[in-house]
Design a protein around this ligand. Structure first.
Ligand code: HAM
Length: 430
């Protein structure tokens, strides 16, 4: 129960962050680059709700996955079981069916940028609310779609100067060859349980594929010698894998085959991949990953439909952007700052500022009757190009003083001409 007598904490929830104005240019750069790269590759924007029925995510991500356990789940006032989205693929897939996108030319290519929520232990690059940029291509089994998505993800990192990355790829088979492989894998792991860490031992029965992903040093010899899914692919998965790798080679992408690469969500079939920064990092080093999810439709009770996609954590990407590039991004400045001395002048400043806005000039003004010196400091702090000085005496003559803040040059101009003059001055300075 909320105690209304306790003051609300003036502190954000653990694992979340405020994006402050100083940080925004870098975020905007990451978001706009995502839009440019995705749209440039033929992906159209989709927005889905931040919460959906819990069962959509549970069926899609798998009951025994970390992602499922980490969901923020609640019952709303009408008794519906809902969850904040922990990822974007399930929602995009749901929207594809709900809006009859099967009748469109396939694959339907959609991208999203938005917050995802996972109750994880926060640390560098790991948040409870994080942002993902993701692309999904739904309705095609062609392995070259998979390869093209790896190329789109690679383009994003290159466009942002994220530095060198390592691309790891693998195939985890499908429903026809994976069950046989899992029997073989579990039998092998059971023979070696005493050599495995506690988490691996726990996963052998619940989620054996994830055991292959363990990074604990002492588990490595057993896992390196474990059976490999790539050696057990059925004919269809084998030819899909060969097609994918032909695409990767045709694109000249430096992908490494990692037969132990698996992903943390149950919906994947066949192709999976991950990008890591090519620098020593901790467990949070994965920039992003993706794969094919041909079994997702069945898991959520939809008609059989293939799909493939990736997503990347925007926070992880920003940690790796070259610091000089990040520092060089323009911060948010304004074109004009209107100062005023006296209440009548302040009123006039208000209408002059609004007129500048309607002319497409980024303008702001001073409030609270501060001294002219303070107002000019405000103008400089906002990196304004010009200040428009309005005082009662100037108003009596229907003029204003326009000052170029970088050179200090100033002149009087009739108030009626103010928009046109400021417009010309700004265009000359841009
Ligand atoms: P995922 O690997 O669970 O895949 O998450 C994608 C990326 O989101 C991760 O590689 C990481 O960069 C970022 N990420 C995940 N959790 C956090 C966190 N707690 N804090 C910061 N960043 C995080 C998916 O979500 C799939 N939906 C990807 C996909 C799309 N597969 C096919 N289509």
């Amino acid at each position: 129960m909320t105690n209304h007598r306790q003051p609300a904490p003036l502190k954000l929830p653990r694992g979340t962050q405020d994006i402050l104005p100083d940080a925004w240019p870098l975020w905007r750069h990451a978001f706009r680059t995502a839009e440019r790269v995705a749209e440039g590759a033929g992906y159209a924007r989709i927005e889905t709700p931040m919460f959906e029925s819990t069962s959509l995510f549970t069926h899609a991500t798998g009951e025994h996955t970390d992602v499922n356990r980490e969901m923020y789940t609640f019952e709303d006032r009408g008794g519906d079981e809902l969850s904040l989205r922990p990822e974007g693929t399930a929602s995009v897939f749901r929207a594809y069916f709900q809006h009859g996108m099967k009748v469109l030319a396939q694959p339907v290519k959609l991208y999203y940028i938005g917050s995802m929520f996972r109750y994880e232990r926060p640390q560098r690059g790991r948040f409870r609310e994080h942002h993902q940029f993701g692309c999904e291509a739904i309705g095609s089994s062609d392995p070259l779609v998979d390869a093209s998505l790896v190329a789109v993800q690679d383009r994003y990192y290159r466009a942002l100067s994220v530095g060198e990355t390592r691309i790891q790829v693998n195939s985890i088979g499908d429903q026809s060859c994976r069950p046989g492989f899992l029997i073989e894998l579990v039998a092998y792991l059971r023979q070696h349980t005493s050599e495995l860490c506690g988490q691996c031992r726990d996963r052998v029965e619940r989620n054996p594929l994830r055991v292959l992903d363990c990074k604990v040093e002492s588990c490595q010899p057993v896992l390196d010698a474990a059976p490999r899914m790539l050696d057990s692919l059925c004919d269809d998965c084998r030819s899909h894998w060969d097609g994918f790798m032909s695409g990767i080679h045709a694109l000249d992408l430096p992908a490494e085959v990692n037969p132990r690469l698996v992903r943390g969500l149950d919906y994947y079939t066949r192709t999976v991949w991950e990008f890591q920064p090519d620098a020593p990092g901790g467990a949070q080093s994965t920039l992003g990953g993706g794969g094919r999810y041909d079994a997702l439709a069945e898991a959520i009770g939809a008609p059989a439909t293939p799909g493939v996609g990736f997503s990347t954590g925007v926070e992880r990407v920003m940690l790796n952007i070259d610091s000089e590039i990040a520092a060089g991004l323009a911060s948010d400045s304004i074109d004009a700052f209107v100062t005023s001395t006296g209440p009548e002048a302040e009123l006039r400043a208000l209408s002059v500022t609004a007129a500048l806005w309607s002319d497409g000039i980024r303008a702001d003004m001073s409030f609270d009757n501060r001294s002219l010196g303070t107002q000019l400091k405000q103008a400089n702090a906002r990196d304004a190009a010009v200040a428009i000085l309005l005082g009662d005496q100037e108003l009596a003559r229907e003029i204003a003083t326009v000052k170029l803040l970088r050179s200090g040059e100033q002149r009087e101009i009739p108030l009626a001409d103010i928009q046109a003059v400021v417009h010309d001055l700004i265009s000359g300075l841009r």
